[in-house]
Design a binder for this molecule. Structure first.
Ligand code: NAP
Length: 283
């Protein structure tokens, strides 16, 4: 199926979970070995607990804050799963590899690796000279995910089975005001996963790209602008669990925000600029 437009295949139409055939796969059985980055709070923490409850999963919990990870590990165990706490920074390639090695020794081969760690630091006009801010967002959101996949994919390829997933965002569908690094990192992440999906076709490894709208987490707690159709992290985790179980190519939600972002993407540039150009972020 040719989904590309000219020389920019990454800008091609992103398919929804509803209009694509699902990847061939077996249903996840209980006891699958999973690693999740950014598992110390928000979506990652809730997803870990949900996967423990539904899959009895054995989960490697990765993030920088060990104390928060311990709390999540207790919740995972109470939900019927097993947990390994792995304090690590996703930007540090070596520390990611060490953590993956630890999970493999503890639980066995990894069935599902979820790159969820991310930050959403805004880039207002008065900070546009701060390249370190931009680098930080790119490194955590994009390189961090690539580091996780580099650490798990060789073993999955050798076994001829596995599943990788990344939490991107609908903010990657089009450049939005005040969020250049975040939007670019998420567009890049979605494109990265799309390429991997093509490369891994026929090798037994499923690839899932996740595009959430607003979810109530510490990340969105900081926002001072309207967040339509905001969803609880529990609801988001339930949607993710179902989509991951079916090894979907994409999990996009809520449909209202996905539809709105698709409309924005279809808009001609002059109309898009008229609607959103020159907007300032609320302090
Ligand atoms: N909430 C939303 O509305 C929304 C919408 C679309 C997409 N997303 C995406 O969903 C993902 C999770 O976000 P969230 O909303 O759950 O926010 P959150 O509660 O702030 O969680 C972010 C997680 O990323 C981890 N993290 C950040 N930098 C890291 C690093 N260098 N190394 C390892 N872990 C790191 C944090 O843990 P430590 O600080 O302990 O390291 C934390 O566990 C992000 O990728 C975000 O972009 C969120």
């Amino acid at each position: 199926m040719n989904r590309g437009h000219g020389i920019y295949p990454c800008m091609s139409e992103i398919h929804t979970s509803s209009n694509i055939p699902q990847q061939s796969a077996t249903k996840h059985s209980p006891g699958k070995v999973i690693v999740i980055t950014g598992a110390s709070s928000g979506i990652g923490a809730q997803l870990a607990v949900t996967l423990a409850r539904h899959w009895n999963a054995r989960i490697g919990l990765m993030a920088r804050r060990a104390e928060q990870l311990e709390e999540v590990a207790n919740q995972v165990r109470n939900a019927g799963g097993e947990a390994e706490v792995l304090p690590c920074d996703v930007v540090d390639d070596e520390s990611v590899r060490r953590s993956i090695g630890q999970v493999e020794r503890q639980f066995g081969p990894i069935d599902l690796a979820i790159a969820n760690a991310g930050i959403a630091d805004p880039l207002p006009v008065h900070r546009m000279g701060d390249s370190s801010l931009v680098q930080r967002v790119f490194r955590i959101n994009l390189e961090g995910a690539a580091n996780l996949f580099a650490a798990v994919l060789p073993q999955m390829l050798e076994r001829g089975e596995g599943h990788i997933a990344a939490v991107s965002s609908i903010a990657g569908f089009r450049g939005l005001p005040g969020s250049a690094p975040y939007c670019a990192s998420k567009a890049g992440l979605s494109c990265y996963l799309e390429s991997l999906r093509l490369d891994l076709k026929g090798r037994g490894i499923a690839v899932t790209t996740i595009h959430p709208g607003f979810v109530a987490t510490p990340m969105t707690d900081r926002n001072r602008f309207p967040m339509p159709f905001m969803m609880s992290s529990e609801r988001a985790a339930t949607i993710l669990e179902r989509g991951l179980r079916r090894r979907k190519r994409e999990i996009n939600f809520p449909w209202q925000m996905v539809g709105a972002m698709r409309l924005l993407r279809a808009m001609p540039d002059w109309m898009f600029d008229l609607a959103l150009g020159g907007r300032r972020l609320p302090k």
